[in-house]
Design a protein around this ligand. Structure first.
Ligand code: CA
Ligand code: CA
Length: 437
């Protein structure tokens, strides 16, 4: 018995030796890999990542799933060179519950690869893999200060601003971004030109020739401005924002208006310092009767005006505007324009609105005056399922602001479920670059 076992072992040894030819003897190695996520998503260990190893010589494969600390272990792995691939796939629901913002894609796949990992006794453990992903998320409307501040003690409505935030994981150039107030019916009075929801029925607009549904596939301009730049002038890092001011002045301190008068406030605590705004609207060079407070701060680039409402960048201070940001290739002036459907006789004097395709929209927020005083919605439910408002109303110094969903590393991720009653709250005192929580 003993003899035959010995013989068998000898045979195996000989067989192995022959089979291995001149290759070195392979030692089994216990390999530990830790899977991390990219810094833009916090740089933390990533659980539930699939790690797949392929031996580049034998093509033998091994795979395992990372634990809560991002670790995977492969026991008694033949030493050699391996192609290592790690992936972590999130569906929409899992992504938004993990990171706090919704995605348009069906799923997001994070990847890491190490095409030639040498696994032997000298391999340092754990071997690190960092999962990366393409751009996830986009620009968001973060804060809208439409209410303005007390007309006697504050700055009235000249201190209004909009803040736009990079909620993605990559730098975005804001050059060319359009910022728009959506036009719509601001009364509940019925007319022959309404949709069932009370909003204008644009299909009845004189000369309407749009492809698709004029009411649900397009928005119409109440005002429209565009960030200047050639495409590479205004980079915005993840977690950073731009403030677009009506007038980029420190509204807390006295300043001189275009008529040489001093503008000052009795109670600086009611208003905001917009002298550090990234952009401002200046229309005094295009319209004949600008607000006296429409001053050009030479240190702050001016927005390009495409469609002006009123005498400056006037946001409806009771809260009857809704706001959109979008991008488009080509010339905005090539888009068709239509009068609102109650306007039945079109002349050269008719105020026609630019028709903006919904497919261009990046983000939108519907504003109302109060839950007890609702107007027909201007935005479609897929852009904003509900609305937000400031409880203090006009001249209250309050702003609507997006809630913070999560923080990964230094990057604050804002909540975005395309439902502003969920995504927004308000600040008692508007705060450029501030956060809600
Ligand atoms: Ca201005
Ligand atoms: Ca300026």
């Amino acid at each position: 018995m003993k003899k035959s076992l010995l013989l068998l072992l000898t045979v195996i040894t000989l067989f192995s030796a022959c089979n291995q030819d001149d290759e070195p003897i392979v030692q089994p190695i216990d390999l530990t890999i830790q899977v991390m996520v990219d810094e833009s998503f916090g740089g933390d260990p990533m659980a539930n990542a699939e790690v797949k190893l392929t031996n580049v010589t034998s093509t033998q494969t091994f795979s395992a799933i990372s634990d809560v600390d991002g670790f995977v272990e492969f026991e008694a792995l033949p030493s050699g060179t391996y192609d290592v691939v790690a992936t972590r796939t999130f569906n929409q629901e899992e992504f938004s519950s993990t990171f706090g913002y919704s995605i348009e894609e069906e799923e997001v796949v994070f990847n890491a690869s190490s095409p030639a990992l040498v696994v032997n006794a000298q391999t340092s453990m754990p071997a690190m893999m960092t999962l990366e992903v393409g751009k996830v998320g986009d620009l968001l409307i973060k804060q809208v200060y439409f209410a303005g501040s007390n007309t006697r003690e504050g700055a009235s409505f000249r201190d209004q601003f909009i803040e736009i935030y990079n909620n993605s994981n990559e730098t975005i150039f804001v050059d060319g971004l359009y910022v728009m107030g959506a036009y719509g019916k601001n009364s509940t009075r019925e007319s022959d030109y309404d949709q069932p929801n009370g909003q204008y029925d644009w299909s009845q607009s004189v000369g309407m020739s749009a492809d698709g549904d004029p009411n649900n596939d397009y928005f119409y301009t109440r005002w429209l401005y565009q960030v200047p730049g050639d495409g590479d002038d205004y980079p915005l890092e993840p977690g950073e924002s731009i403030v677009i001011a009506q007038s980029a002045q420190n509204h807390k301190a006295p300043f001189t208006d275009t008529e040489g008068e001093t503008i000052s406030v009795q109670n600086p605590a009611l208003t905001v310092d917009l002298s550090g705004a990234e952009f401002e609207v200046y229309v005094a060079d295009v319209i004949s009767n600008p607000m006296p407070s429409d001053i050009d701060n030479p240190g702050v680039p001016n927005m390009i005006a495409h469609y002006i409402f009123g005498r400056d960048f006037l946001l409806d201070n009771p809260g009857r505007d809704s706001y959109l940001i979008f991008r488009m290739d080509g010339d905005i002036n090539d888009l068709p324009t239509y009068a609102d459907p109650t306007d039945r006789e079109i002349t050269s004097e008719t105020d026609v609105k630019i028709q903006v395709p919904k497919e261009y929209i990046i983000d939108g927020v519907e504003i109302q005056r109060a839950p007890t005083n609702l107007l027909p919605k201007k935005l479609t439910n897929d852009v904003d399922a509900s609305y937000t408002y400031v409880p203090g109303g006009s001249f209250s110094s309050q702003s609507v602001i997006r809630k913070t969903a999560s923080q990964v590393g230094d990057r604050v991720i804002l909540k975005d479920t395309n439902n502003s009653s969920e995504d927004f709250t308000y600040l008692e005192m508007a705060a450029p670059k501030g956060f809600a929580n």
